[in-house]
Design a protein around this ligand. Structure first.
Ligand code: DP6
Length: 361
């Protein structure tokens, strides 16, 4: 499919007003998206586990404007309170998606959103938030075009979510989602995320992700600035190539169930992401002393227990702990006893792989 396939034909139906609610999860990348071209095209493919309990719920109320005006009319609420600080991001998103949703300026919107995870936990809410909003908008389009099929609905939701935040396009479906063209992954595209449909060994079923909240402060580097660091980065080309190689490796690992190989790829991806930030101009050091303490303790725990706990990181200090379901008991005991103390206020969130977004109303 190309971008043009997402431009709608004149709508057969009319809708005066309504309300829709979607709940959409966060996701955690195993091969990282870091670096992009214009129009939110990723510089390399990425793959992520869709999460289950870290979710954003968004209700969108819409009513037809009495008089047409050439601007977007929307009000924003976050956890019940008016949130004008989110306006620029939403405004930009609406501008980007308007060519694909030409009805946007015909309606007034009230967007009401809340997160299942603690406020300002440092967990990226842009993936769950942008995907939830994209799905709500698609539900309106579906009313205007009742014949739309489910596949198109899902594709276009991911396509629109990507225009809000790249990683958001991986939050529509579960359990493993690939975004970015990769030669040997069927259907993969730079324009939207697709479910990874190859064989996946049972070792990876219901994989666990415990998120350690090491630093809940404001992000030091916004993702926009972060991705820009890859423009003219001395190691960029090799890194983009490496992401393709790592995705290839993971494809084989998902089939074989080889957890030791899985760990090597996933941890190396996390450290490479941080290495890119440390070697860019300007440079950033986003790990905190406690991040390193946790990583070292994971290495030691693995050596002593023979279990398969590993870590990954996003562009921040928090640590995602990934481990197989059958090692859940010993691993969560270890987290309580030895890692919790390195979290801000002892906070962490037990989550796991989920099946994607769902419509609530
Ligand atoms: C480190 O999706 O937040 O989490 O497209 O600018 O919104 P924008 O970037 P964003 O970047 C996420 C980067 C990452 C890795 C990943 O999720 O793949």
């Amino acid at each position: 499919m190309t971008e043009k396939d997402f431009l709608p034909k004149p709508y057969p139906a009319a809708v005066a007003q309504g309300e829709v609610t979607w709940q959409s999860p966060s996701n955690i990348a195993l091969v990282k998206y870091w670096g992009k071209l214009d129009h939110q095209i990723p510089a390399n493919p990425s793959i992520s586990f869709t999460l289950d309990s870290c979710r954003t719920t968004t209700t969108l109320k819409y009513s037809k404007k009495e008089k047409h005006s050439d601007n977007f009319e929307f009000e924003l609420y976050f956890e019940g309170e008016k949130k004008d600080s989110f306006r620029p991001k939403i405004q930009k998103f609406l501008e980007r998606v308007e060519p694909y949703l030409p009805f946007l300026k015909d309606y007034k919107f009230i967007i009401d959103t809340s997160n299942s995870f603690p406020h300002s936990s440092g967990i990226a809410s842009s993936a769950s938030g942008m995907s939830a909003l994209a799905l709500c908008l698609m539900s309106i389009e579906k009313q205007l075009d009742p014949e739309m099929d489910d596949k198109y609905f899902t594709r276009k939701s991911s396509f629109l979510a990507r225009l809000g935040s790249g990683s958001a396009c991986r939050s529509i479906e579960g359990e493993l989602v690939v975004w970015g063209f990769q030669r040997n992954i069927y259907g993969s595209s730079d324009l939207y995320g697709v479910q990874f449909r190859d064989e996946v060994h049972e070792n990876f079923r219901n994989y666990r992700d415990t998120i350690l909240l090491v630093d809940k402060g404001e992000k030091q580097v916004s993702s926009t600035v972060g991705h820009e660091l890859m423009n003219g980065h001395p190691f960029a080309e090799r890194r983009f190539q490496q992401a393709h190689e790592n995705l290839d490796r993971l494809k084989k690992i998902f089939r074989s169930g080889d957890l030791s190989e899985f760990i090597k790829v996933v941890e190396s991806e996390a450290l490479t992401l941080h290495a890119m930030m440390m070697t860019s101009q300007p440079y950033f050091l986003l790990m905190k002393p406690n991040t390193l303490e946790i990583i070292n303790r994971i290495f030691k725990f693995r050596e002593e227990s023979g279990l398969h706990l590993c870590f990954t990181l996003d562009a921040g200090a928090n640590v995602h702990l990934l481990y197989p379901e059958k090692e859940e008991k010993e691993t969560s005991e270890f987290i309580e006893a030895s890692l919790k103390q390195y979290c801000q206020n002892g906070q962490f969130i037990h989550d796991g792989v989920g099946s994607g977004a769902s419509k609530l109303a």
